[in-house]
Design a protein around this ligand. Structure first.
Ligand code: CLF
Ligand code: SF4
Length: 314
């Protein structure tokens, strides 16, 4: 029922069959030409609009530094956080300006499931722009718990960030986890996060969602573990894998970013187990346009600011 409804809206994901290998790769091939972050081989020149509606988070990655500014080009940064009731106008404006847009994504600046706004936003986007793919990025802590709602609001593609599958290493990357009102630290937190992420991937795959896993490549912690991580998430139902090189920030500001050789080696390790996406641009949480190509962010956000000023002085 769910898969049928999804196909009715997006014929390009027709044939997707959850964990079944053949169906999964057929869906991946279709997405490869329509979704900028599922392009295998060359970039496909499609675009995404990120809606920065999710300010909070329920875990603490040691490299995370969420910021409100207009200049940094990295995840976790947005010029402003917007409300779900602002998105229909914004997406309408972006679609009129940018014919390349095929995807509405929500990627922060915090976690999309730590607050209710992403699900609320996808519900509105599904009603008003059914032709656009709906893409959500999450740390996966609440993925299994919220999977039915995600299916209901028509999320098509998911990115789950899994930085380790060994709790003794994840403790070096993750500071704490807050789940059901309780804070977990150390190994207990790492074990909880890993088990919730893998259960979430399995649940999403069983519902026919296409899943990409992102791993932040942290030299000295997980750079030699990418084969095991890729193999584990593939077995759970992920169809695609992407490495995000560490941007040294926050508690990890003294670490070195991975070298090109380390990134290449890690991608090869992953590719032995799962298809690898190679065109990631470490997008801002409010990015609009083609990743690595034409960018409409300035036009859209500046216009909003100038309209707001006109209104307030007006
Ligand atoms: Fe956005 Fe992420 Fe969806 Fe793409 S970005 S939520 S999957 S629509 Fe893409 Fe940007 Fe890399 Fe993300 S290039 S950071 S992988
Ligand atoms: Fe930051 Fe994302 Fe990690 Fe949350 S899940 S702490 S927003 S990097």
């Amino acid at each position: 029922m769910v898969i049928r409804e999804l196909h009715k809206t997006h014929p390009i994901v027709k044939g997707q069959a959850g964990t079944q290998e053949g169906g999964c790769s057929a869906a991946l091939n279709k997405l490869a030409s329509q979704h900028p972050c599922f392009a295998l081989g060359k970039p496909n020149n499609k675009g995404r609009i990120h809606l920065p509606v999710s300010p909070g988070c329920n875990i603490a990655c040691r490299f995370c530094e969420r910021s409100i500014n207009a200049y940094e080009q990295r995840p976790g940064v947005t010029a402003e956080v917007i409300r779900p009731d602002e998105v229909v106008e914004l997406v309408g404006e972006a679609v009129a300006l940018a014919p390349e847009l095929t995807v509405v994504g929500i990627a922060g600046p915090g976690d999309t499931l730590a607050t209710p706004y992403a699900i609320e936003t996808f519900r509105l986007v599904k009603e008003q722009f059914p032709q656009l793919l709906r893409c959500m990025s999450t740390n996966g802590l609440l993925l299994e718990d919220r999977i039915e709602e995600l299916v209901e609001v028509g999320v098509d593609t998911l990115t789950v960030t899994v930085n380790e599958v060994d709790p003794t290493r994840l403790v070096q990357i993750n500071d704490y986890v807050v789940y059901e009102g309780r804070q977990y630290r150390g190994i207990e937190a790492a074990e909880l996060l890993i088990s919730k992420q893998l259960a979430g991937i399995r649940a999403a795959a069983a519902r026919g969602l296409m899943i990409k896993v992102n791993t932040v490549l942290v030299p000295g912690i997980n750079d030699r573990r990418i084969g095991v991580i890729a193999q584990t998430v593939k077995a759970a139902g992920a169809g695609l894998y992407n490495l995000i090189p560490l941007i040294p920030n926050a508690q990890m500001s003294r670490l070195a970013a991975p070298t090109c050789a380390q990134i290449d080696a890690a991608r090869s390790d992953a590719e032995a187990h799962i298809a690898v996406f190679r065109h990631c641009q470490h997008c801002r949480a409010d990015a609009i346009g083609v990743p690595g190509g034409k960018d409409y962010g300035d036009q859209i956000w500046r216009r909003r600011v100038s309209q707001a000023n006109t209104f307030s002085h007006g």
